[in-house]
Ligand binder design. Structure first.
Ligand code: NAI
Length: 255
């Protein structure tokens, strides 16, 4: 049965996915700050390296699935932390575990992005250029200077989505599928914190999907499970919005 590593496995979408995949027979290697098979801080290069080394040890250098789900939202204590976890906490795991994935059985990876990636202006942020060039110090510095957590969040989700798509041609040739899922509002502790935040609470509560509600973590988990599965064997380099129609509502003619 597949061996699948999941970051952010201790809460929300990652926890729902860990449960679903475990029930489906996967051996799940969860990675989180605490309460996971591997406890590591993905905000730091040393934490990421330790996480990669521990995954490789546990899977014997052969991995069938990887889901980069760990992330922090707009209530993170610093904008730089958003960049560190949401972009570099993904890119370094993808790079560090690629060889193990290549050796896996019909391997696939999924990055958890966000509908926030399509926020106007996100693609033009200088911090995005720094993230995509791999300059973490500069990206964090720019995010701290701008000091607008919602833009750091949107920028980090835009850049991580671009990064995954940029890798897709090479990864595809080497037999590893890579896709992005872009959730809208998901009823998790991350969203609850945004809804309760004095700066972002009202706008978060007001931005409701056409389906009229936020999603349950299990509804996003099932989309990720699909992208990992054989049923998605020709889906590669895609961004799958699982957002109740939010993206269609704000950008009907862009896809
Ligand atoms: P959550 O807060 O329930 O779970 C996130 C997990 O990531 C937590 O277990 C947390 O400990 C872990 N994490 C955060 N920083 C970490 C670090 N430095 N090192 C290791 N682990 C770390 O949130 P949720 O909603 O399940 O978020 C999962 C992903 O979904 C995130 O990437 C988030 O940006 C994304 N997302 C969430 C949406 C929502 O409305 N909840 C909407 C769109 C995207």
């Amino acid at each position: 049965m597949p061996v699948t590593a999941i970051t952010g496995s201790a809460s929300g979408i990652g926890a729902a996915l860990s449960e679903a995949l475990t029930s489906a027979g996967h051996t799940v290697i969860g990675i989180d700050r605490a309460n996971a098979e591997i406890n590591a801080d993905l905000a730091t290069p040393s934490g990421r390296q330790a996480a990669v080394a521990s995954v490789l040890e546990r899977c014997g250098g052969v991995l069938d699935g990887l889901v980069c789900c760990a992330g922090v939202g707009v209530t993170a204590p610093r904008s730089g932390l958003i960049v560190a976890v949401n972009h570099f906490g993904v890119s370094e795991l993808l790079d560090g575990l690629f060889e193990a994935l290549q050796k896996g059985h019909k391997p696939a990876a999924v990055v958890v992005g966000s509908v926030a990636s399509v926020q106007p202006g996100a693609h033009e942020l200088p911090m995005v250029k720094a993230m995509l060039s791999g300059d973490e110090t500069r990206a964090i510095e720019l995010a701290e200077l701008q000091n607008e957590p919602h833009m750091a969040y949107a920028g980090s989700k835009y850049s991580v989505t671009c990064m995954a798509r940029q890798k897709a041609p090479d990864w595809g040739k080497l037999g590893v599928r890579l896709n992005v899922v872009a959730p809208g509002a998901v009823e998790t502790p991350l969203l609850q914190a945004s809804k309760a935040d004095p700066r972002y609470g009202e706008s978060t509560r007001r931005f409701v999907a056409p389906l009229g509600r936020g999603s349950e973590p299990t509804e996003v988990a099932s989309v990720i499970a699909f992208l990992l599965s054989e049923q998605a064997s020709f889906v590669h380099g895609s961004v799958l919005f699982a957002d109740g129609g939010m993206d269609a509502m704000v950008r009907p003619n862009t896809f």
